[in-house]
Design a protein around this ligand. Structure first.
Ligand code: ZN
Length: 292
């Protein structure tokens, strides 16, 4: 009881004095990465780690798989020590050992948090449960068997399109606008209704199980930029058992993950995936705040 009162007092103090010594218990984050075909995880992971040090809410660790540790089964992070796992995985990542996959599924189903950024929806097309967690993904042979395309039409209706075709594409990097679709969601509350991001890759034609997914924001994929002419999901939440997933298609490389639009949505999305709440404020100059 005493501990509870102290914890409550600490939480009240923390809310009055952001970043103070009185911070409530920190959110434990694990960043997971490993070898992959198309993205420089060795360069982006240190920047993601740095982002977490900019706000007092987080404590961050890192785990890296390898082809060897996946093949011999020795790659098995202890997910239960963390509140949320951030996937900085990507296209062509080696399959996690079966036991590690089952442990991760159990961890999320029991209420763990996961964040999928950018290419983390490219990996593991055959890991069924992982694809339920990301809801939609691309490349790696994904097609109509993976599930429907997911987008929002001009009337604002969510479309699950089962037509045949490959999953995953993007045109050249360019600047685009994110349009908020769920302004009352804790991650989005207080963000402007439309804000810019990029130049970045705008993923389109993503497809997958698309179950229990809420589209928080879309980006219009224009035909001039070799896109679909559709409003593509850019920020999403997914529920998996008792677990929460935040999925952002943004963040191709270091430059993109240092952008205000990425930083704020990523940190708030991670906090939400871990706790179901968001206390990290939206900066006054969002999305133009500088990260260094
Ligand atoms: Zn990319």
């Amino acid at each position: 009881m005493k501990k509870k009162i102290l914890a409550t007092a600490a939480a009240i103090l923390a809310s009055l004095v952001p970043g103070s010594l009185f911070s409530a218990e920190k959110i434990k984050v694990l960043i997971a990465d490993g070898p992959q075909g198309a993205h420089q995880y060795q360069e982006t992971t240190p920047v993601l780690k740095q982002l977490f040090t900019k706000v007092p809410q987080f404590k961050v660790d890192h785990t890296r798989s390898s082809k060897e540790s996946c093949a011999d089964g020795s790659y098995k992070p202890d997910f239960n020590k963390y509140d949320v796992v951030v996937m900085n995985e990507g296209y062509g990542a080696p399959d996690w050992p079966k036991g590690t996959q089952r442990a991760f599924e159990k961890y999320i189903a029991n209420g763990g948090g996961m964040v999928s950024i950018h290419a983390a929806n490219n990996c593991w097309p055959n890991w069924k449960e992982y694809n339920k967690m990301t809801a939609i993904g691309g490349w790696g042979g994904r097609n109509e068997k993976s599930g429907p395309y997911l987008y929002i039409n001009d009337k604002g209706e969510v479309v699950r399109d089962t037509s045949k075709g490959k999953g995953g594409a993007h045109g050249p990097q360019h600047e685009f606008e994110l349009v908020v679709r769920e302004k009352e969601h804790p991650i989005m509350k207080g963000l402007p209704p439309v804000f810019k991001h990029g130049p970045d890759e705008l993923y389109d034609k993503l497809r997958g199980p698309a179950e229990k997914v809420t589209i928080l924001a879309t980006a219009f994929s224009s035909k001039e930029k070799k896109g679909t002419g559709r409003h593509e999901p850019a920020l999403m939440t997914i529920s998996y058992g008792k677990g929460r997933v935040f999925h952002s298609i943004l963040g191709h490389h270091v430059k993109q993950i240092k952008e205000g639009s990425f930083v704020t949505t990523f940190l708030r999305g991670t906090e939400w995936a871990a706790t179901g709440e968001v206390t990290i404020p939206v900066p006054k100059d969002f999305p133009n705040q500088k990260f260094e």
